[in-house]
Ligand binder design. Structure first.
Ligand code: SF4
Length: 441
């Protein structure tokens, strides 16, 4: 029987895609996937340092595997992702979790088989962490979670250094793939049945083909010609870099979904400056207006941080007023918490927890009210929905996404079975804050 592996993934879609690549590497080495981490011979923890208390949670889960080392001396624990990119985390692992076998960084994934092999052959711990790998490692064969949709990296790393964010320190400087390589990968995926791609980059708008100088808009136009591809999505856009040329793709690229995630973070210019975001409220609103002019039915989501150091009540109210002006379809809202190693963590005017939480509650109420109002406008209409799965409890209920990324749970008549990845017509019968309900037409 083959040895078993399990991967625990925290964080963003970048990490999810990295885990798909790690799974692909392990399966090429002959390992098989185990649902239960405690039955696996190898566990990989793919970590994230974005969320609050990331250290505490990471070290807590790490500690739980110590007993497996006792009961199974051949058990191998690997740690990768954003946490080990930070020297203080490596120090802590060495000091308190010395039984971790393999540690590798966000830019060392391709080396993982060698490291694992060396650990098995020599019994010695292995570690590889690069801060800034100038090479784009792109010829791995991921084990994809879904057959009908795929994550595709177009850039790695970030050059923006927002003062609250750890990513530029954990994923290195920005590097773009070439349009030719991305297109080849998407063509291969579509030949394998993929209908929808999600293009990934910390800032897709600064994509620049290293060979030709081609832009993100050029890439979208190329991908729009790929046979078999039905939907193109991307994440994340940056308000300072999103160009008119890119926005024009919503008119010219028929496969580009009418949806955008455009993080605003805050509605006040002074706070945006302290966040080092390089745009102001006026620029952000101008981009939203342009998007809606070119693509009137576009859905817009965002990220917002509440309680950034020094944020006054009036400045917070600017965020509320911006939300009311833009009328987001949805938003990911975060209470600011300092990340060690970032400039904002050293700002002296940190906001008391109770004020941050009170502002957060007001913001969530505002966002949810608007989301529900916007979702209600869909009731009665019929939309193309890409089928993503069937309910665990009821064979007559499926879920899927509209072109605008609205989650739809819909009923189908008994006896009809839908395949994931097919696009069906669904009439919307009800609206909730985070989803729509409907029935198959
Ligand atoms: S753009 Fe800013 S928030 Fe996004 S990854 Fe880069 S530094 Fe972090």
């Amino acid at each position: 029987m083959a040895n078993l592996y399990h991967i625990i993934t925290y964080g963003c879609q970048m990490n999810e895609h990295d885990s798909e690549n790690i799974a692909g590497l392990l399966e090429a080495m002959g390992y098989e996937y185990a649902d239960d981490a405690y039955e696996a011979d190898i566990v990989v923890m793919n970590t994230c340092s974005i969320r609050e208390n990331a250290d505490k949670r990471f070290f807590g889960v790490l500690g739980q595997f110590k007993k497996l080392k006792k009961t199974n001396p051949d058990f191998i624990l690997c740690v990768c992702g954003c946490m080990p990119q930070q020297p203080r985390v490596i120090e802590e692992i060495k000091k308190s979790f010395a039984w971790v076998d393999v540690i590798f960084g966000t830019q060392n994934i391709k080396q993982f088989p060698e490291l694992l092999d060396a650990r098995i052959r020599t019994g010695r711990k292995q570690m590889a962490i690069i801060d800034n790998n100038p090479v784009v490692e792109e010829d791995m064969e991921p084990k994809r979670v879904f057959r009908h949709k795929a994550l595709v990296n177009i850039t790695y790393g970030c050059n923006n250094f927002c003062t609250y964010c750890i990513v530029p320190y954990t994923r290195g400087r920005e590097k773009s793939r070439t349009i030719k390589d991305v297109k080849c990968e998407v063509e291969r995926l579509c030949a394998d049945g993929v209908k929808e791609v999600m293009l990934l980059g910390q800032n897709v708008d600064s994509f620049k083909d290293a060979a030709t100088g081609g832009t993100f808009a050029d890439l979208l136009r190329e991908l729009d010609t790929v046979d078999g591809l039905e939907r193109i999505r991307f994440m994340t856009s940056h308000p300072k870099d999103i160009s008119d040329d890119m926005i024009s793709c919503y008119q010219t690229c028929s496969k580009l979904c009418h949806n955008i995630h455009l993080p605003v973070q805050c509605g006040n210019d002074r706070v945006l400056k302290r966040m080092n975001r390089h745009y102001d409220r006026a620029r952000y609103l101008d981009r939203v207006a342009k998007l809606r002019e070119v693509c009137p039915d576009i859905t817009i989501s965002t990220d917002i941080i509440v309680g950034f150091p020094g944020e006054t009540e009036e400045e917070f109210e600017d965020t509320l007023s911006l939300c009311k002006e833009v009328r987001y379809d949805s938003a990911f809202t975060f209470i600011y918490s300092p990340r060690e190693g970032t400039p904002a963590a050293r700002f002296e005017d940190q906001i008391p927890e109770e004020i941050k939480h009170a502002r957060f509650d007001r913001l969530v109420d505002c966002i949810n009210e608007i989301s529900l109002e916007k979702n209600k406008c869909y009731v009665g209409g019929t939309y193309d929905v890409l089928v993503e799965g069937i309910s665990k409890n009821d064979d007559c209920i499926y879920s899927g996404r509209t072109d605008g990324f609205k989650l739809v749970n819909f009923t189908v008549p008994e006896g009809i079975a839908l395949t994931d990845g097919t696009i069906v017509k669904v009439q919307i019968t009800d609206a909730k804050t985070f989803s729509l309900e409907g029935r198959l037409i």
